[in-house]
Design a protein around this ligand. Structure first.
Ligand SMILES: Cc1ncc(COP(=O)(O)O)c(C=O)c1O
Length: 454
């Protein structure tokens, strides 16, 4: 294989020798050698398992499952390039560069943190290079809230499907694929649906998503459909949909990927790890929205684990629910939750107990913000910092503003991280429905001057 002009550094070659046999549990299917020049050197010979990933120095080979008699397609990563190459009888038929990785070093969450996560050995990585999201310093907003403290936004809307759900989904779908599951299912207020559908598509699996009728933002529904999910609307709430997916997965071999799946929690812990790595310690306060309470559970577990390993300390956790869907604040389930922040429109959080425990152990609390306070913060964040998030994602910051105004949280000299869980593009209608229509001018300079300069 010629590496072509795109390659930085020396030419690399990949060669495949076909042969079959069984050594213990290993299927001795083919050997891949990687070296310089069209004739690859035998220095990096490896034996493939039936399917899996082999990694060497700067090289990664993704083995196919097919029998050796068929022409083989292998995927190889050489430094920053992913290459797909097809071989028959040891001869290269064609090859193609699939993509370049974002950075030399980053290959997704399970590559980076897999050893820190409690995942079974059969896990087979399905990744869209999720995670590694920016922690953005928000001085303008900190100033607006009274100043005197450092505020950072963990912008989770920059994950591949636009929300933090991808962190947990890479883990849940990787585990499901590794154990041979063909179909995943979830109940969703939208973001889980889009994420499950994307990762299932990448893994070659089917996805089914149950959503509350008419209560899912357009960008999320569109995502689930685009990624090929079977979308089913339930004439009921998210909580009804969750009960139904639990029941159906107890009865049929379909894999549940809601956050009651423990691997979702494992994957979502990684955001806490990233924050500690960037700041060199945990923040003093962590503010985040709470719906079904999987995320707050994950963050607390992640910070505790990282602290045990590296003594990075623990944050106080401020969980924020929408006032119309605040069972953890009122202390009882909400039968008909209502809020514009549709992502957290949940009346019976599956991990409510763990959320309350995280708040208590961290000496934090869970509070409620009204829709008006949430929407106001959404707009303020976009205008002051250029960060547009969906309504639910602004709830953590809205809660912070409430606490500071009430004098119940003194941020002076502190470091605060707010988790902004999903991108604003997920729910554009919340902005466009009330907006003043942009003015229309004829295509003449004078007309434009008139509008701009008056
Ligand atoms: C954008 C967004 N923020 C926050 C949440 C709440 O997360 P959790 O249900 O894990 O509490 C969700 C859940 O769907 C979400 O989509």
């Amino acid at each position: 294989m010629s590496s072509g002009s795109e390659v930085d550094g020396s030419e690399v070659g990949v060669n495949v020798f076909v042969g079959t046999g069984v050594i213990g549990k290993y299927f001795f299917g083919f050997c891949v050698t990687v070296g310089s020049g069209a004739e690859a050197r035998a220095g990096n010979v490896c034996v493939g398992t039936l399917a899996g990933i082999w990694r060497g120095k700067g090289v990664e080979v993704d083995f196919p499952v097919q029998a050796m008699i068929k022409p083989q397609t292998i995927k190889v990563r050489i430094n920053r390039r992913f290459i797909k190459a097809k071989y028959s009888g040891g001869k290269l038929i064609n090859d193609e560069i699939l993509c370049y990785t974002r950075t030399m070093a980053y290959h997704g969450l399970l590559h980076k943190y897999g050893t820190l996560l409690d995942l079974p050995s059969h896990t087979r990585i399905v990744s869209l290079l999720e995670g590694n999201t920016p922690l953005i310093k928000a001085d303008n907003l900190s100033h607006q809230l009274g100043g005197g403290f450092e505020l950072f936004i963990k912008y989770e809307g920059l994950n591949p499907t636009g929300s933090f759900k991808d962190r947990g989904m890479t883990a849940a779908v990787s585990e499901a694929l590794g154990r041979g599951a063909m179909t995943v299912i979830c109940a969703s207020t939208g973001n889980t649906a889009a994420s499950a559908a994307a990762y299932a598509a990448r893994a070659g699996m089917n996805s089914i998503v149950l959503i509350p009728q008419g209560k899912v933002a357009a960008g999320k529904l569109a995502g689930a459909i685009a990624y090929g999910a079977q979308v089913i609307q339930i004439d009921g709430s998210f909580d009804d949909a969750l009960t139904m997916v639990v029941e159906i997965t107890n009865k049929h071999p379909i894999c549940l990927v809601n956050s009651i799946n423990p691997y979702r929690i494992e994957g979502q812990k990684t955001s806490a790890f990233e924050i500690c790595e960037v700041l060199d310690s945990a923040p003093d306060w962590l503010c985040l929205p709470v719906g079904n309470a999987g995320n707050i559970t994950s963050y607390w577990a992640g910070f505790k684990q990282y602290n045990q390993m590296k003594s990075t300390g623990l944050p106080q956790v401020l969980g924020v629910q929408a006032a119309g869907a605040a069972p953890l604040v009122s202390g009882h389930p909400v039968e008909n939750p209502e809020t514009v922040a549709t992502a957290i429109r949940i009346g019976k959080p599956a991990r409510g107990e763990q959320a309350l425990q995280a708040a208590e152990e961290s000496k934090g609390r869970i509070i409620a913000a009204t829709d008006a306070q949430i929407l106001n913060m959404q707009k303020t964040l976009a205008k002051l910092e250029g960060i547009w998030v969906e309504p639910a994602s602004a709830a953590g910051l809205a809660g912070l503003a409430i606490e500071i105004t009430n004098g119940t949280l003194n941020p002076n000299g502190k470091r605060v991280v707010a988790i902004c869980t999903g991108h604003g593009l997920k729910d554009p209608e919340i902005i466009t429905k009330d907006m003043q229509k942009p003015s229309i001018v004829p295509p003449k300079l004078e007309a434009l001057e008139e509008v701009i300069l008056g």
